[in-house]
Structure formats: structure tokens, C-alpha cells
Ligand binder design. Sequence first.
Ligand SMILES: *Cc1c(COP(=O)(O)O)cnc(C)c1O
Length: 707
Amino acid sequence: MEPLRQKLERLTQNLWWTWRPEVRSIFRDLDLELYQRAHRNPISVLRQIDTRQMENRAMEVDVPARIDRALRQLDEYLHPVTTWGLFHAGPLSTRPVAYFCAEFGIHESIPIYSGGLGILAGDHLKGASNLGVPLVGVGLLYHQGYTSQVLDGTFWQQDVLEPFDLKDLPLRPSLTPRGEPARVGVEMPGRTVWAQVLEACVGRVRLLLLDTRDPANSETDQALAARLYGGDQRMRIEQELMLGVGGARALRAVGITPSVFHLNEGHTAFAVLERARHRVQADGLDPWAALKEAAAATVFTTHTSVDAGHDRFPADLAEEHLRPLAEGLRLPVQDLMALGRVNPADHGSPFMPTVLALRQSSRANGVSALHGVVSRAMWTSLWPGRPEAQVPIGHITNGVHVSTWLATEMDQLFEARIGTNWLDGMVHPDLWTRIEGVDSAEIWEIKQVLKARLVRFIRGRVAATRAHQGLPPVDPPPLDPDALTIGFARRFVPYKRPDLLFTDPDRLAALVNHPTRPVNLIFAGRAHPADQTGKALIQKVNRLLEDPRFRNRIVFVENYNIHVGRNLYQGVDAWLNNPVRPLEACGTSGMKAVLNGALHISVLDGWWAEAFDGQNGFAIGSGESHADPEIQDRRDAEALFRVLEEEVVPCYYDRDPAGVPRAWVKRVKRSIRTLAWRFNSDRMVMDYVRHCYLPAAVAASCQMPPA
Ligand SMILES: *Cc1c(COP(=O)(O)O)cnc(C)c1O
């Protein structure tokens, strides 16, 4: 018989477990304390647990049977009889889509993401896996891992490198068709930088990760991909070359010939140049024909409305780095530079990878309807003479991977009330009408359970934080489990306005301390390690929280990540989002909260601008903008307080004799019915297949000679 440890190891080798709570719970039940210490990483648990102790414990908690069942399910998942992709993405089956991204957020224990972009990419891979869409992810392995956010005694964010061992990741060398470990080299100024190609399995999808710790590299170059978005402009452009050029070469090295390159953000843009370069070198194509062909097979997604979010590399730096590609393409380097300049004739102007990607792709999109509009306006000058409405940038609104974010209790509710096949049919609106028939008391009870769990989680975190800050514990412990609980978690940057509620501390104090209708507020979020403005915002909010009027009602939770996020989305009653419109390209945290029965309270920005129907959540303001940011902030703060005081709070506290807030739960049902089918990763990936991948694959194959 196969030993238990070996079976468990097999289970950890595919990241399928990341969205299967019943599989994660096997490892938790083996040793809860170790599981938490190991950041809920099953491989790490297995490496540290004593075999004898594990076997004894396994018998106590029925682990052997649960493992067998999980292995059977994994096997069935990996060898499906049929999938959506088989019917709808057939042309991709021999030549998959290559999904390039600088970060992938798959699980908190895999430190290759920083925020929304990465988590979206992770959800995209999981969605493609579920649907059976042939797709392979391409990214970098940031081998130094994460920094965790720790606030010091003055509430200044310290970025502490978390100890981390690559052996704890389910990575293995990618092999060439000849069975040798794949390795790629990328020419950089004065040298070649090497990377080994490793891979992880995300369900049915492979994720290739480039690892620059190659012995042939200098020490500096080994550290090229040590940290996500670390370093200066030079390091950044070199990381992007490694990702784009190295990524395209890695695919070739392991014998994958993608039909379509899906480039996410400008960071990945160099891939398209490498694809063309290879055709010139290998098949003798004319450079411009090769560039045209590569563009036809490329789709590009822009993920931000914030101008500063797009890299601008100084001309000298870019030229130096583009030279090898230009030589390979047999083009003057200035021709490549021109592809990345807003105004091609303006020599000396910076090189923008986003501009390169927009020019060198056949389809481009933003990530919500409003973001499509904003992006068309933002990039009009790339299509001189065209009216804004005809700028060729469309949109596909983001969605979230439901199984990753859904509480087990909600999953069970959907199983029982929507149908056992709800996961497979979730993109169908009809299915969700069944939520209307569910007893409001049942939904309410589930939310109470989830909220109680969240409050326990938060109290534990707050106590630990205060202890290491040298502050006394909050007594009595913060948050009232019966109070309306609103979450706000996101990167601390000015446009997201984490301090908007604090513009009127007296009004806020009155709101949260209402004698019969109290409100809990939970804040979380990090700043980029180099972002002093963001860190100052965190400090400002935390200082304000020292006000005794807030101490028991409003908390800040350190170290927002997938784990903290999952707890928040599942437990809160409502989710708050108050960015400066229209700077939030999409936003996805609200979608995760909505799936778990929370109501979204948001400025009509990003996805909410197309999702809000008047009754499936709450709107802050009515979508107006003002050129003067101060006036805009004042108006939005007023609108925010008004919706909280006049709509949200009264609705939540209006109870029937049994204590159930009927009108509130009615809104929750409407929110789930109208939003769940649209804002999930199945719908998102289906949209990409239909509107981007298939058309690009077909157009590209018409151009290309048979392989
Ligand atoms: C979903 C998620 C994000 C992105 O959410 P936004 O609404 O885009 O801010 C960021 N971080 C974590 C941990 C998430 O789970």
C-alpha cells in the first residue's frame, strides 16, 4: 500500500488544492498549529511534520479516507470526459494561449504576487483550468519571497522579509522535448542573463516560471528576479526583458507553440518582439512582416487607469536594452524605439512598453466598460485622426474565481438551494433566480456564523499586532459581533482614499457609536515598500484610530494578503470602495464579498459602474466627477456619509420579529442573483476565448504558413 506521506505529497503537487477547502482541511487537521505557522502551505507542513505523529493523528481525524477521496477527485479533474473548452476552444487545443503576467496570486504561500493584478492572473489560470481552455501561464519566480507588513510603534509600515524556502513550492524543472531541464538566455547590455524554467501545475494549466538563480549568472544577475517590482528602472526593464523575451523562449524550449500571446500590462510587451525576432531568424521572414504576424497573434489587456502605473523608460536605457532585439529583427533600434513612443517622431522621449503592446497587438482591452472608455481617451494620440470612440480598445470586465473565495457555508447553501451543478453552470443567469426562493432566515444565519468567525480572526490579529507594537491590549476586545460590519481593504494609494471617512471624525464617531445601531469598520491594506505617500496614509489612518471613540469599533489589520482577504470577504456584511472615479480600472475585492452575501457600497467606478442596478447594493454619489480634487473629495465624503446614515444602517437594523433584516437580505439575494453569474472567472475566460483568443488564433493561422 502506498504510504500516507507519499499520497499526501501527490496531493500537494498540483495547486488544485488551493481552491479545495476540503483538501486544505486535511493538512490543517493533521496539525493546526504547524499549519498556521507554515502559512497554510501543505508542502511545508509535510516537510516539518513527524511521520509517526502524522500517522497517529491521521487515524483520529479520518484522514486516510479523505485523502483517497481527494486523490480520486483530483484524478477525475485532470482527466475530464468533457469540458467547455473542448467544444468552444477547440482550435487552441494543439496550440494553447500563452498568458504572460508579471505576477500570479494563487495562494498566500506562493510569494509571486503583490496585489490585484496578480490575483486576477491567478484567478484567470484557475478559470481556464476549470473550463478546460488550453492555456499556459508565463511569469517570473521571485525567489526572495514576500515582505510582510509590520507597523512599528509609530504606525510606519516596515517591510520585513518573510523567511521562505523554495522547497515549499510545488515547482519542478520544465523539460525540453528531449527530457532535459529547460534553460533560456536573454541578451542584456554586455552579457547574457540565464534563467532556468520551472513549472507549477494549476489544475489542468501549466505555469512556467523563470528562475534567474542560474550558476552561469553573476551574483547581481542571479538576483535580477529576486523581488517583484524591486529595484530601479534598469532592474525593471531587465526583469521585463526576462519576462517577455525569456518567457517566449521558455515556451519554445519546452516545446509549446502558442497560438496566441495574451500580454497583461506593459511589463510583458517584449514578448511580441521576441516572437517576431524568432521568425526572422528561424524562417527568414521580412522584419515588418514578422512584426505584423506577431501582432496578429497577440492580445493585450491594460489593467490600470492611473497614468503613473505605466512604465516610462528613459530613451538611453531602453535603446541599450532593445539593441539585441533590433539586431535579431534586422531593424535599426530607432524603429523599435518608435513602436514604444507615444509620438514616434519624438526621439529622446521615453519608451513605454504599454504603447508597444497597444501597437503590436490585434486586440486590446480594458478591464471594465468604464475602463474601456477611459483607456480609449488615454491612448487616443496613438491613433492620430481617429475619434476617441473608434480607438481600438474594447473591454472585458474582470471576474473572480468563485471556489477560491467562497466560504464553505455559502458553497453548501448554493449546493442545497441552487443545485448540485451550480459550479458548472454559474454563468447562466437563470440558475441564480433560485436564490430568491431561499428563506431569508437561512441566509442571515449563515452570515452570522461567518461574521462571528471573522470577528474572532480579527481580534486575534489585533491582539498580536498590539503586543509586538508594545501597546496594551484593547479591553474589551474590539468589534461587536452583532454590529453591522463593513470592510475596506486595498492598496493604500491616494486615489483609493482609505482616509475618506476620516475627513469628518465627529460624524464618523457618531456613526460607529450609535447606541442602538453600531457599526464596525475593518481596514487593511499595504503600501508598496518604496511608496512613502502610501505609508504616510497608513500611518495617518492608524493614528486617527487611536482616538478612544474609535478604539472598539474600527480596526486596522496588518498584512493584507490572500489569507486576510479571504477572511474579510467571507465575514463582512458590507464592502466599501470609495476611489476617485474613474481611476479604479475594475476592482475585484467587492465581487468576492458579494459572492459571500455581503452588499457592495461603492462609488460608481470600475465594475460597479456597470453592475449597480439601484437595488443590488449601494452607490456612493451618482457617478459625477469634478475637476477640482478637493471639491470631489468633499462631495464624495458627503455622499458616503449620507448613504451610510440614510440607507445602509437603517436597512441593516430594520428587523422583523425574529430579528431578521428582511429588506437587507432581500438586497443580498438580489445582489447574488444579478452579480454572481457575471463577475466570475468562468464568464471572464469565456469572453476572452470568444472575443480575443479565437479571433486572434484564426487570424494568425490565416497569415502563417503551415507549421
Ligand atoms: C482581490 C484582491 C485584491 C484586488 O482587489 P481590488 O478590489 O482590486 O483592490 C488585492 N489584494 C487581495 C489580497 C485580493 O484578494
